[in-house]
Design a protein around this ligand. Structure first.
Ligand SMILES: [Zn+2]
Length: 318
């Protein structure tokens, strides 16, 4: 039976990266991006046509019904990935097309990594303009992580799924091949490591997603200003693990405090997503804080860049 794997997760959890990496396993798997983009007239963009959904060469031929069926017909694949993230979109899709097998990949960052992204997005808008009156409230950012992930866990509980798998951003960015292989196995689809090279030239009409990932895929700076304070500037063509925050001592100290303050609320969600507990998270932050103090500065130029080609280089050398 045909399968739909839905990527659930909070904003900036890495769902676009996961979608595009799974899409490399075409023709068995196709990463459609966000089906939710088809809900509005101006939805998109399509990564292949560089256009709105309405003007996309594929979806301009779609009659607006049975989205998954249309894509299965077009691509002839075994599994479709929908990275719409919000679980209400999944339930809507399942109600419309109940005859497929549904899986959920619950994608997440650790609370502190997520909080850093969330706070960053509170500071800049999509066009890299600094937002007036931005807040740098780490407790509020942690609460966003708790509440959204808890909501998804609660919403998925009564839904009839073939399975739910927790996927950690850190693991994906640092070892994409291992994570993609594991997911392929779980979905019963073949895995071909060579195909991971194809992540920059998708043939799937991927919809929406993180603009920074799109920039990297299309190899073009289509966003003025560089996006988010320029942190993605000149990083096209690389899998970019966003790890600059690991050297931000103020942030790490704030995170440790937040873990202490919110541990009761955090622990059930941390356990559900296979992160252990807040004590372990504090340990991780403390270790990073220690690293930062011991002058990891020389490392700083190298560490943020994690490339798929490293995987191939290591294999070649072995
Ligand atoms: Zn298209």
């Amino acid at each position: 039976m045909k399968k739909v794997a839905f990527i659930a997760g909070t904003a900036f959890c890495g769902s676009s990266l996961l979608n595009i990496l799974l899409d490399t396993q075409a023709p068995a798997i196709r990463g459609l991006g966000e089906r939710s983009q088809t809900d509005g007239e101006g939805g998109g963009p399509c990564a292949v046509c560089n256009s709105t959904v309405k003007e996309c060469r594929l979806y301009s031929q779609w009659n607006g019904r049975d989205f998954y069926e249309f894509n299965f017909q077009h691509y002839g694949c075994g599994t479709l990935i929908d990275s719409s993230k919000r679980t209400n979109i999944l339930r809507q899709g399942m109600a419309r097309e109940p005859h497929f097998k549904y899986y959920v990949l619950h994608m997440s960052k650790t609370p502190h990594a997520a909080a850093h992204s969330i706070m960053k997005h509170w500071q800049y808008d999509y066009w890299d303009v600094r937002l007036a009156g931005s807040k740098r409230d780490i407790t509020a950012a942690f609460k966003v992580w708790i509440e959204t992930n808890q909501l998804y866990i609660d919403e998925l509980r009564p839904v009839h799924l073939e399975g739910v798998k927790s996927v950690h951003y850190d693991a994906l960015a640092n070892n994409p091949a291992a994570v993609v292989e594991d997911i392929c196995q779980w979905l019963g689809e073949p895995f071909n490591p060579e195909r991971l090279r194809n992540w920059r030239s998708p043939t799937t009409h991927i919809l929406g997603g993180n603009p920074a990932i799109l920039m990297q895929v299309l190899g073009q700076a289509s966003l003025p200003g560089g996006y988010l304070g320029g942190k993605y500037a000149e990083k096209t063509g690389k899998i970019f693990a966003d790890e600059a925050w690991k050297r931000d001592k103020d942030f790490l100290a704030g995170a440790i405090e937040a873990y202490g303050r919110l541990s009761r609320k955090l622990n059930p969600v941390l356990a559900a997503l296979h992160y252990g507990n807040s004590k372990q998270m504090i340990g991780e932050c403390e270790q990073l804080l220690g690293d930062g103090l011991s002058g990891a500065e020389t490392d700083s130029r190298r560490r943020p860049f994690v490339r798929i080609c490293d995987f191939f280089n290591r294999r070649k050398a072995a």
